[in-house]
Design a protein around this ligand. Structure first.
Ligand code: ARG
Length: 266
């Protein structure tokens, strides 16, 4: 073979190699949502299973609640399937980032800090923080605001952050007085019931549910006016647009009022 022929073969080999190398790049593209037989995408929804009335596990082990029924309705309306995944609240954002879930629909407040790491839907609910004490203690809302009580909060919540910003960072309360290692709020309510802590702070609707039937009373409300949104992975605009469309449609549908009545949230 002359030099020209050899050169041509080498050029061909390189061209073929490059062409096939191009094919492997498809492995790097993001995984498509799981597709079932009906060809609908399946999205995994992360919830805290101890967050009545928004998300909780009933006595039969089924996920229930205002948020759970909302996302099921939205799925039907927008043409996707859902798998509800209960998990620890303080690892719910990392789980979203690590692709273990596709969204958080569990009473998550839209905050500037969280917006740095996830994208939020339009708001669908507004709540305030509430403060509760044991009914025998005689503690008041002023005792709470003066920083003289031992306060319990669920780990990684806006209630914990409120105490840090307004009582600890201002020097009103020593940081040891905030017990915010509780993985869920029912455990905070249990500790308040046996007076291992003096007060508890939490979003008002789940506070009301958690203290029902216990010797615990709400002594004050903090007007945080915080808005709940659905969190999706940063840049997941397809799912974000779907959820925004679904929430808008749901909130204009009579089913929204039915849900509010069913979960006593009017
Ligand atoms: N709204 C508060 C927050 O976003 C409390 C949420 C707690 N939600 C839950 N599913 N445990 O921090």
């Amino acid at each position: 073979m002359n030099h020209k022929g050899l050169g041509l073969i080498i050029v061909l080999i390189i061209a073929v190699t490059v062409a096939f190398a191009g094919c492997t790049s498809s492995d790097d593209t993001p995984a498509k949502p799981q597709v079932n037989v009906s060809e609908k995408p399946v999205y995994i929804v992360g919830i805290d299973g101890d967050y009545a009335p928004y998300a909780f596990i009933d006595s039969d082990g089924n996920a229930q609640g205002f948020d759970v029924e909302s996302v099921k309705w939205i799925a039907e309306n927008q043409g996707f399937e859902v798998k509800i995944q209960p998990m620890a609240w303080d690892s719910i954002i990392p789980s979203l980032q690590n692709n273990k879930i596709d969204m958080v629909y569990s009473g998550m407040t839209i905050t500037p800090e969280r917006k740095e790491v996830v994208d939020f839907s339009i708001p669908y609910w507004v709540v305030n923080q509430s403060v509760a004490v044991h009914e025998d203690s005689g503690y008041t809302f002023d005792d709470f605001k003066n920083g003289t009580l031992v306060i319990g909060a669920q780990s990684g919540t806006t209630g914990q952050i409120w105490v840090e910003k307004n009582l600890i960072e201002t020097g009103l309360m020593p940081k040891e007085n905030l017990k915010a290692t509780y993985p869920n709020f029912p455990l905070v309510a249990e500790d308040l019931k046996i007076q291992r802590i003096d007060a508890a702070i939490y979003d008002k609707p789940p506070m009301l549910k958690a203290i029902a039937g216990k010797p615990i009373v709400i002594v004050g409300e903090i007007n945080t006016g915080e808005e709940y949104g659905v969190a999706v992975r940063k840049g997941d605009t397809e799912l974000l647009n779907t959820m925004n469309a679904g929430i808008t449609t749901l909130m204009a549908d009579p089913y929204w009022e039915e849900l509010k009545t069913k979960y006593e949230m009017a």
